[in-house]
Design a binder for this molecule. Structure first.
Ligand SMILES: C[S@@+](CC[C@H](N)C(=O)[O-])C[C@H]1O[C@@H](n2cnc3c(N)ncnc32)[C@H](O)[C@@H]1O
Length: 258
């Protein structure tokens, strides 16, 4: 597949700002939902007065969760202006408008000063960035020394992914350019971090894929785009097979900025 980085980025940003994404995925756009976000928040070891960046903040659910659980301020950054607007509205509606804000920006060129952040969260998004090394280096740049990155992401044994999981749709669905967990940890280590923890959470991905299939099946009954729903279910079915085969999964990397 020939990949044009800017097209991929815009495609991902557009796909995750739709009502369809919310319907299929729920409030959090990653396996493990708010419970896994709370776990990652605890790993950041931050509290009131600290500022955490949520890279690719999507609907803003995780940023709000961090502010509630850790008491920190959060700034979310996402490429989609629509997602940033919706997340800002959600933070204001929840009464967190003074501590949780969102801004439009590219993870590969973060709009923040060097060493300006006390922690970084990045959930189910590195897999969609065309230049993962640059994004990891950008996260390292904006963190103060000693601050932590808590990252969760899709993982894949790239060589063994079936053809239907290597399409543009599969890239947008966080699959086609996912990397093995060990490669993710190594990439983060090269960007200026000491890796402290690596965990597998494949069962969380299984649960999310089941939810998405149930929602697509429901959508298939009422929609006029039956072909698109069937195509989505085919990709989902191949993804579930890949999880069962150990080719696809979900993982966590926690790392400390050197
Ligand atoms: C699967 S969603 C995850 C959203 C959120 N982290 C969560 O777990 O709920 C991926 C998000 O990455 C954002 N995104 C994709 N490419 C990006 C980039 N280059 N810079 C910033 N955000 C990006 C998309 O707009 C989308 O909101």
């Amino acid at each position: 597949m020939t990949v044009v980085p800017d097209d991929i980025k815009l495609c991902c940003a557009a796909a995750y700002s739709t009502a369809a994404a919310r319907f299929l995925l729920g409030e959090s756009f990653h396996p493990g939902g708010a419970a896994l976000t709370a776990r990652l928040g605890a790993e950041l070891q931050v509290g009131p007065g600290a500022t955490v960046v949520d890279v690719a903040s999507g609907p803003g659910t995780s940023a709000l969760e961090l502010a509630r659980e850790c008491g920190c301020d959060v700034v979310g950054v996402d490429l989609s202006a629509d997602s940033v607007a919706a997340a800002t509205e959600a933070a204001e509606a929840a009464g967190y408008g003074d501590r949780v804000r969102f801004t439009v920006g590219d993870a590969e060129a973060l709009p923040f000063d060097d060493a300006s952040m006390d922690g970084a969260l990045c959930e189910c998004a590195l897999c969609t960035f065309p230049d993962k090394g640059t994004a990891a280096a950008e996260i390292a740049r904006v963190l103060r020394p000693g601050a932590r990155l808590a990252l969760s992401d899709m993982t894949a044994d790239t060589e063994r992914l079936p053809l239907e999981l290597k399409s543009l749709h599969a890239w947008v669905a966080c699959i086609a350019d996912a990397r093995p967990l060990a490669e993710l940890a190594a990439l983060i280590g090269r960007a200026g971090f000491t890796v402290e923890r690596v965990e597998r959470h494949d069962e969380a991905l299984e649960r999310l894929l089941e939810r998405v299939d149930a929602r697509l099946s429901l959508a298939g009954v009422v929609t006029e785009s039956a072909t698109a729903v069937a195509a989505g279910r085919d990709v989902g079915s191949a993804a579930r097979d890949a999880v069962a085969a150990g080719t696809l999964g979900y993982g966590v990397v926690v790392a400390r900025r050197v």
